[in-house]
Design a protein around this ligand. Sequence first.
Ligand code: PNS
Length: 162
Amino acid sequence: MDKPIRKAIFAGSFDPITNGHLDIIYRAAKLFDELQIGVLVNHNKKGLFTLDERVDLIKSCTKELNNIKVIEFQGLLVNYCEANNIGTLVRGVRSEADVNYELQMAHMNKELNSNIETIFLPTNKKYSFVSSSLIKEVLAFGADVENFVPKQVLDVLEIKTK
Ligand code: PNS
């Protein structure tokens, strides 16, 4: 019998993708046969980056990985997983505060679909304070975010802030 393909998803808003996200993606890609990066479609929230920009940026930052698929999803994440044979949700945790919030989500997702597991990967220490929202906040005041986001994001930001 063929071995089943182990598929996982790393989902989020990715507005924008940060070096912290990228670190989790590279590490999680080694653990699974296929890692999907699920970009949340949120019609109620206008992000700094459009959905297409987020997807393109993630694709561009992960092009060296051959087991990555970048997708857009809406609705419940566990429903997307069920429909696409994905058994694991990958989440990065930066701090104790993250653990509390992430545990809540993991328990809710488990209640919604007990076949799907959540695994937590500790974020690389050097990105433990990096989040898309803080990046947007400091950017709004003209701070340099070069150390926190991939070059591809910086390039798009440069065009946006011209
Ligand atoms: O970028 P974030 O805020 O870390 O991502 C959170 C995300 C997108 C993974 C979460 O909000 C989510 O899964 N949303 C889809 C709707 C859903 O399934 N909600 C139930 C979560 S327990």
